[in-house]
Write a protein that binds this ligand. Structure first.
Ligand code: GMT
Length: 377
């Protein structure tokens, strides 16, 4: 199959999932065309079946807002025709599903029928998409997609609750190549980050308000009062500065490392003992799954799709949003006993196997076949 993937190329989970999906599909022999405004961060182009087409939006002084979806839909039309693409897979409804639908209609004018699969990731529904400014367009483009998928059962329920959806929503969970994350601990450079007796706690996100970064710091503050520990904060975002200020205020700044965005998250995770994800909302929690695949137990909130990933008392513990004292107690419970910690590490890795690439990617392939057999132009 020739598949066009539209996604955000940045460090967000939806872009990571779209990129990993494209690479996995290319490994299986499909021809994959990424169409976005920048090369996706996790995309290496050294693959004969992977192509990247950049969407450029020339700036013009008349435009207060540059019309990205117009440029994207034109690019989609051109690329579908040039490369004889069979199927469009758009990740994140805004504005990709809308632009994809316009491209589909333009192509139909030339008797080219192409089905569109839309994958909903979370904030496109829960935070941004349901805003009255966008809601009608998001509802329309979801209903006009040939196939709709959501990354968790929880996101499916949120979508049905927040929008008037006529289409079926297929739950296809996010996935991870567990084997690729099988880093033997001997290869890790743990000593560079912490002393032997220190536990390493990690958080990875875009450091936005929804991630409750203050809670991450508060939980760590309680942990470090009980045992020697370091916190590694991976990512960039608006909550970084307030978090740094809080660390200063609590007197723990020298124990917390803000390392910015990283292309080596699996290396950081492989020497981590615990992962924190106390988010306000999370449709799936890909960062938690990445941690689990590296054998790192997760302390998280119990919101959205996280309980579908992090299993209570097995891969970690879940608490109500904001219950930092319970999250800290659970963290200390796991970290304070070496044999318990290694049991949780083993179980975290085993729990991640359910979401292994080889189990999930065929589900997308089946849906592509279904879309190709029942085009709704
Ligand atoms: O978490 C973010 O703010 C980024 C966002 C994105 O669109 O990249 O993540 C969403 O999609 C991820 C991949 O499907 C999910 O794992 C995240 O849970 C989801 N984020 C939220 O729902 C807040």
């Amino acid at each position: 199959m020739k598949i066009a993937i539209v996604c955000y190329p940045t460090f967000g989970g939806s872009g990571v999932v779209a990129t990993e999906l494209g690479i996995a599909l290319a490994d299986k022999g499909h021809e994959v065309h990424f169409i976005t405004y920048k090369q996706p961060v996790r995309l290496e182009l050294l693959h004969s079946h992977v192509h990247y087409h950049e969407v450029t939006v020339p700036s013009y002084p008349l435009f207060h807002y540059q019309p990205y979806e117009l440029a994207l839909s034109s690019k989609l039309v051109d690329m579908v025709k040039l490369h004889k693409i069979d199927i469009l897979h758009v990740h994140y409804a805004i504005p990709h599903a809308y632009a994809g639908y316009m491209a589909k209609k333009m192509l139909a004018e030339e008797n080219i029928c192409i089905p569109m699969v839309t994958t909903l990731h979370g904030t496109d529904i829960t935070l941004v998409g349901s805003h009255p400014f966008y809601k009608s367009a998001v509802t329309f483009s979801i209903n006009k997609s040939d196939i709709v998928t959501s990354v968790s059962q929880s996101l499916k329920e949120d979508t049905l609750r927040l929008f008037d959806i006529k289409n079926e929503i297929n739950v296809v969970p996010n996935f991870i190549d567990v084997e690729k994350h099988d880093n033997p601990f001997t290869e890790c450079q743990r000593d560079l980050m912490a002393h032997k007796d220190e536990k390493i706690i990690t958080h990875v996100s875009n450091l936005r308000a929804v991630k409750r970064i203050t809670d991450v710091i508060e939980i760590f503050n309680r942990i470090q009062k009980n045992m020697p520990a370091k916190l590694i904060m991976v990512g960039e975002g608006p909550e970084k500065l307030p978090a740094e200020e809080l660390c200063e205020k609590l007197g723990i700044a020298e124990k917390v490392m803000f390392v910015g965005n990283s292309h080596e998250i699996d290396k950081i995770l492989c020497f981590s003992d615990l992962f924190l994800l106390p988010s306000e909302h999370e449709s799936f929690g890909l960062a938690a799954l990445e941690a689990m695949a590296c054998g790192v137990p997760v302390i998280s909130s119990n919101t959205g799709g996280i309980p579908e990933v992090n299993k209570q008392g097995i891969s970690g513990y879940l608490s109500d949003v904001g219950n930092v004292s319970e999250m800290a107690e659970n963290a200390i419970h796991i970290l304070s006993d070496e044999s318990r910690l290694s049991e949780f590490k083993k179980n975290a890795k085993n729990s991640a196997l359910e979401f292994d690439t080889k189990n999930i990617v065929p589900l997308y392939e089946e849906l592509y076949e279904k879309a190709l057999n029942g085009i709704n132009v």
